[in-house]
Design a protein around this ligand. Structure first.
Ligand SMILES: Cc1cc2nc3c(=O)[nH]c(=O)nc-3n(C[C@H](O)[C@H](O)[C@H](O)COP(=O)(O)OP(=O)(O)OC[C@H]3O[C@@H](n4cnc5c(N)ncnc54)[C@H](O)[C@@H]3O)c2cc1C
Length: 382
């Protein structure tokens, strides 16, 4: 299954696995989730090892890696924890891709080296309490003021916002009666220490170490230089950001699914009932075997879509197909693993249960599976 990866990508995977297996065993992840301990040290280590530079071009001090490199990386991190992989996706990938796609020379020069060094993490604020799937219905507004813009509204849920140094914020800057609601949305680089910004933590069932927030903007004033891309055209740039976001999301759920299957097999081969390991019962082994085959197929689809993005540019249909399939396969795999763990899987701190919940969260972020199906169907001409 590794024939599609280069020796460098296989080395990257091995390095990440060795680091995480040593530093972040399941007990540590469980404790971080329980105590809502933000993984600062993980991020620092990513920067020290050059991993925060993967999506940044060499011109700005990064290694100019591909989307496939990123998928290999986040899949491996997702195997350990979705809080860690999502922190990397939002903190590093969102920021660097947005700046490469639509940042000015000054913005790129200011922020990209700081992403590589780990000094600046990003969050991406599109959703609102009243505008989730349909986020063109956003009510957060940015009004022109002398020398800049004043932002008012509520965003959320936003992954990692309270600890990100910069929040890419989508806000309505104009309405064009008769035109699509997608026109008139602009993007801003908002410093998370800006006056008028407040963070509320969600009470989500998983990803508690990452901290997912509702963000209140009460008269937050940003300078003109904070505008990311052209005024009123933010939607187009958000759409261009979606491929890497969805592919990374898909890849991390493949990682969770593989971890669930591996733990399921370990449990099933050691747990004895009726005088033999439960893995001897086909009712236990077959769901895990089927999950393994599905995960292998979904992984190939994710890699193929990422390779297409790297070689040919935007691939929204393939990115949506990869996200939908990977998320769904991962939901089945984590559920099969939970079932084979019996009552142990149902304990509050069970990693089997944590992974079921992690995959549910990923399925919602970046557009639900229903929304991915809508996109795929549209590209099929329906
Ligand atoms: C853990 C987590 C982290 C997140 N992080 C971020 C982040 O960093 N930044 C950010 O901007 N957002 C983030 N989100 C928000 C996420 O993008 C939204 O939750 C998602 O878009 C769905 O919106 P909603 O929850 O409001 O559901 P709704 O849009 O209200 O949808 C409810 C249900 O209706 C279905 N539905 C809605 N419209 C349609 C339709 N047209 N066709 C078919 N079905 C439909 C949906 O699929 C869903 O099942 C995060 C969410 C979670 C759970």
């Amino acid at each position: 299954m590794d024939i599609y990866l280069s020796p460098e990508q296989l080395d990257l995977r091995a390095d990440v696995r060795a680091f995480l297996d040593e530093q972040y065993p399941p007990e540590r992840i469980g404790q971080m989730e329980r105590d809502e301990e933000y993984p600062d040290d993980f991020y620092r280590e990513c920067a020290r090892r050059g991993w925060t530079g993967i999506p940044v071009t060499k011109e700005y001090g990064g290694s100019g890696g591909s989307v496939l490199d990123l998928c290999v990386f986040v899949e491996e991190v997702g195997r350990t924890s979705i809080s860690l992989s999502t922190l990397y996706i939002t903190g590093t990938i969102f920021g660097s891709h947005a700046l490469h796609i639509c940042g000015s020379k000054e913005q790129a020069g200011h922020y990209l080296p700081a992403i590589v060094s780990g000094e600046k993490r990003f969050a991406l604020a599109m959703s609102e309490p009243g505008a989730g799937s349909d986020f063109a219905g956003m009510e957060t507004r940015a009004e022109r003021v002398d020398g800049g813009w004043r932002i008012d509204g509520v965003k959320g849920p936003i992954s990692g916002a309270e600890r990100a140094e910069v929040i890419i914020t989508a806000a309505r800057t104009a309405s064009y009666p008769g035109a699509s609601r997608q026109k008139g949305i602009s993007l801003f680089l908002v410093d998370n220490r800006a006056a008028g910004l407040d963070f509320e933590r969600t009470s989500y069932a998983a990803m508690r170490a990452l901290m997912v927030n509702k963000v209140h903007y009460r008269g937050v004033v940003v300078p003109d230089s904070a505008m990311l891309g052209p005024v009123d055209e933010g939607w187009l740039n958000l759409a261009r950001l979606m491929d890497p976001e969805r592919l990374a999301n898909a890849a991390q759920t493949i990682g969770v699914a593989q971890a669930a299957i591996d733990d399921g097999v370990a449990y099933a081969t050691s747990r004895q009932q009726y005088g033999q390991p439960i893995s001897r019962y086909q009712a236990v082994s077959h769901p895990l075997a089927e999950a393994q085959a599905e995960v292998a197929a979904a992984r190939l689809l994710v890699y193929a879509a990422a390779a297409k993005r790297d070689l040919e540019g935007p691939c929204p249909k393939e990115a949506s197909m990869a996200k939908m399939l990977a998320n769904n396969v991962a939901a089945r795999a984590t559920s099969a693993a939970l079932q084979c763990a019996g009552a142990r899987g149902y304990e509050r701190d069970s990693h089997f249960m944590r992974r079921v919940l992690e995959v549910r969260g990923c399925e919602l972020g970046g557009g639900t599976s229903q929304i991915q199906r809508n996109i795929i169907a549209r590209f099929m001409g329906m």
